[in-house]
Write a protein that binds this ligand. Structure first.
Ligand code: HEC
Ligand code: HEC
Ligand code: HEC
Ligand code: HEC
Ligand code: HEC
Ligand code: HEC
Ligand code: HEC
Ligand code: HEC
Ligand code: HEC
Ligand code: HEC
Ligand code: HEC
Length: 403
């Protein structure tokens, strides 16, 4: 240091000192500028750093924004050079996992990136008040209400720049949920009283669909989806599978949520001013049961009459909850589905007294033949002797006499 000072203070070395210092400064600034430029190019993001983003980059190439730089969506709008520099320092931390291929897979689980992307990232190019939006046939969208509710673009358009319509190649990577699906709209829209997120908007079909759309999905066309007095296993299997899928998705989300909410910018990124705040708090679409996007739960219960699958303890308590006269008919849709409709009101008896033959007369009038033939022992799986005795005088079933 003192040598440099001396070079400047001695008259004969001063001109050379000034020239060399100037040259060094120009090289440093030039080098810095070039390094900024180079590290801001798409090829740098894609080819140098982002082996980890192999799939992601291919998706970008196939998307509608493949002539838009990565930076315009992934770096805060109008960032200053200091922030850029700090961010590059932050990126150095990625070299080790990239080189050793020890990065975390799958990338961007649960679309953390989308849910931390602010609207201005998109509105720097898109002005929706002037743009004519042409939704797909049958779909209605109202951008203004969402903007007013503070819901940024990527909460719906999450895959706009990275559509994953191909087999992913990176081992361990997984496709992200598409927030443009109807099920993802039902993170906030719902037919029920309360929604899965902090937002609640209408779930009525007419809000998002024009009248010409056929509202019954193709899944419902399969044989055996629902047949009056016939095979209805189709919808039952689909509902059971969906309930199963949702419950494991909920479990996985519950396990991952602490990490998801705990995600924040690293030290240098934070210094650079990266926010990383969630723009909205919505659950993953996988935790939404698809049946209950189009159907209120009550719709199912109205047809079933009871909770299905029957809840725990149901078998033991149904005797006190239901009566033959009021409820047998509704039990019939499942417990006498393909049988004679005339037997529906006797569904309790169809189950309890399978030996009953309607043509022979009422159970009351005909149980005698069953007891005579079988000895009546199985009757006491359900009945106390005293119940028989209420009508009969003897304790011995085989020799019951009427009182
Ligand atoms: C038009 C805006 C836009 C452009 C351009 C863009 N991205 Fe993205 N990118 C997004 C959004 C939005 C997400 C969030 C996706 C999600 O969370 O589901 C994302 C997600 C990602 C992710 C997380 C992994 C994933 O697939 O979800 C990576 C990595 C990424 N982008 C890298 C890049 C790279 C590299 C480029 C340039 C080649 C690029 N992006 C260009 C908007 C953009
Ligand atoms: C640097 C400018 C730029 C940025 C940033 C940008 N877009 Fe675009 N976007 C375009 C251009 C250009 C097109 C193609 C012309 C058009 O459709 O307007 C386009 C097209 C679109 C389309 C219609 C095509 C399609 O694939 O559905 C949507 C939707 C869209 N952008 C959403 C977004 C969202 C959401 C973001 C923020 C994550 C974003 N854009 C960021 C420039 C941009
Ligand atoms: C609540 C969900 C939601 C939000 C939030 C949202 N959009 Fe959309 N956007 C849609 C839907 C749905 C469509 C119609 C897509 C279709 O039917 O193909 C659409 C259509 C568009 C289109 C037209 C695409 C085309 O092909 O004409 C553009 C552009 C667009 N959105 C940009 C944006 C931008 C920019 C923002 C943020 C300011 C935004 N959207 C916020 C759901 C949303
Ligand atoms: C993050 C929450 C959220 C998501 C996700 C969301 N919406 Fe909305 N939506 C709202 C809110 C909030 C309103 C306004 C409700 C109100 O004012 O009563 C709304 C209102 C609407 C309206 C106007 C309803 C009316 O009363 O006419 C339409 C249309 C709409 N959304 C379409 C969509 C579509 C399509 C999607 C999925 C692509 C979607 N929304 C996803 C929160 C959301
Ligand atoms: C909040 C907006 C919204 C509401 C409310 C809504 N939908 Fe949708 N719906 C969508 C969007 C967006 C799509 C296109 C994306 C997709 O296919 O998932 C769609 C697609 C569909 C499709 C075609 C997809 C398929 O599986 O064949 C059907 C059918 C449908 N909706 C039925 C309904 C019915 C029935 C209701 C009322 C109970 C309803 N929708 C309410 C947003 C909505
Ligand atoms: C995209 C919307 C949509 C989804 C998702 C959906 N349904 Fe439906 N479903 C409908 C419509 C629309 C009808 C006709 C309702 C009517 O006629 O009143 C219907 C009718 C039914 C019926 C009555 C059949 C009949 O012929 O009357 C059953 C049972 C049913 N759905 C079960 C299910 C089950 C179980 C699921 C989930 C696995 C499911 N639905 C998912 C839209 C949907
Ligand atoms: C129109 C009447 C009707 C409607 C509406 C209906 N179901 Fe069903 N459901 C039945 C019938 C009949 C069965 C008996 C099917 C069988 O076992 O053959 C059944 C059986 C089931 C089962 C099987 C129970 C078990 O433990 O095996 C499930 C689950 C189920 N339905 C779910 C649903 C859901 C969810 C909805 C609403 C989205 C729905 N159902 C709507 C008539 C209906
Ligand atoms: C699917 C067959 C089935 C149907 C339908 C059914 N039950 Fe049962 N019920 C049983 C079985 C099995 C038991 C024995 C339960 C046990 O082991 O405790 C039972 C037990 C009972 C009991 C004795 C309960 C107790 O406290 O131990 C009563 C009372 C009863 N049922 C009433 C009814 C009535 C009333 C209906 C019609 C509304 C009905 N059941 C429909 C199968 C059925
Ligand atoms: C939507 C179809 C459906 C309806 C409606 C229904 N059940 Fe069931 N029920 C089932 C199915 C499926 C099973 C067998 C699987 C199980 O235990 O959940 C069952 C099992 C039972 C059992 C246990 C039988 C045994 O042997 O352990 C009893 C008791 C029963 N139901 C009573 C009733 C009564 C009482 C009603 C009317 C109030 C009724 N169910 C209505 C579908 C239905
Ligand atoms: C699975 C349990 C169960 C078994 C096994 C059972 N019962 Fe019952 N029984 C009931 C229930 C519950 C009722 C009252 C509800 C009804 O009417 O179905 C009943 C009612 C009766 C009634 C009165 C019917 C009326 O109309 O008032 C007679 C009689 C009867 N049982 C006889 C028998 C005989 C005899 C047997 C043996 C062959 C038998 N039960 C086996 C559960 C059972
Ligand atoms: C609600 C009253 C009632 C109950 C409870 C009842 N029974 Fe009966 N039982 C009758 C009537 C009434 C007859 C005569 C039917 C006829 O001949 O028309 C009868 C006849 C019989 C007979 C034939 C008697 C003979 O001498 O021919 C036997 C055996 C019998 N019941 C066994 C049972 C058993 C076992 C139970 C208890 C599980 C039972 N009953 C419960 C009313 C009842």
């Amino acid at each position: 240091m003192s040598r440099i000072v001396r070079a400047f203070t001695r008259a004969e070395t001063r001109p050379r000192a000034i020239v060399w210092t100037g040259a060094a400064l120009i090289i440093a600034i030039g080098g810095f500028a070039v390094s900024q430029l180079v590290t801001s190019q798409n090829w740098f993001c894609n080819d140098v750093c982002h082996v980890v983003h192999l799939d992601n980059e291919r998706a970008w190439r196939e998307g509608s924004h493949n002539d838009i730089t990565c930076m315009s969506c992934h770096y805060p709008v109008n960032w200053n050079p200091v922030s850029f520099t700090l961010d590059r320092v932050d990126k150095l931390l990625d070299i080790f996992p990239t080189v050793t291929k020890s990065f975390h897979m799958p990338v961007n689980e649960y679309s953390h990136v989308a849910l931390t992307t602010p609207a201005e990232q998109c509105t720097q190019c898109h002005a929706l008040d002037t743009r004519v939006v042409t939704p797909s046939p049958g779909i209605v969208i109202n951008h203004a209400v969402h903007e007013n509710a503070g819901i940024p673009c990527a909460v719906c358009h999450n895959r706009v720049a990275h559509p994953e319509d191909f087999e992913l190649q990176l081992p361990g990577n997984e496709k992200k949920a598409d927030f443009m699906s109807m099920t993802a709209c039902y993170r906030c829209h719902t037919l029920e009283e309360s929604s899965p997120s902090g937002f609640r908007a209408t779930g009525e079909c007419s809000a998002c669909h024009t009248p010409e759309l056929d509202l019954v999905p193709m899944s419902h066309d399969v044989a055996g989806w629902f047949t009056e007095r016939g095979d209805s296993r189709g919808h039952a299997e689909a509902a059971l599978a969906e309930a199963e899928r949702v419950s494991s998705a909920e479990e996985a989300w519950e396990e991952f949520a602490p990490e998801f909410y705990g995600k924040g910018p690293r030290f240098f990124a934070r210094l650079a001013g990266v926010e990383h705040e969630l723009t909205v708090d919505v659950p993953p679409p996988a935790t939404i049961n698809e049946c209950f996007t189009c159907h209120a739960r009550q719709y199912c219960t109205d047809c079933h009459g009871v909770e299905v699958p029957h809840p725990e303890g149901f078998v033991g308590e149904h005797g006190s909850r239901f009566t033959p006269s009021a409820d047998a008919q509704s039990c019939a849709i499942c417990h006498n589905p393909t049988g004679d409709a005339a037997n529906d009101p006797y569904t309790c008896t169809l189950c309890h007294h399978p030996q009953w033959q309607r043509d022979a007369g009422s159970w009351l009038a005909t149980h005698r033949y069953v007891v005579r033939a079988t000895g009546g022992g199985e009757c006491f799986d359900c009945h106390e002797q005293a119940q028989c005795a209420a009508c009969h005088t003897s304790d011995d079933p085989a020799s019951f006499e009427l009182y």
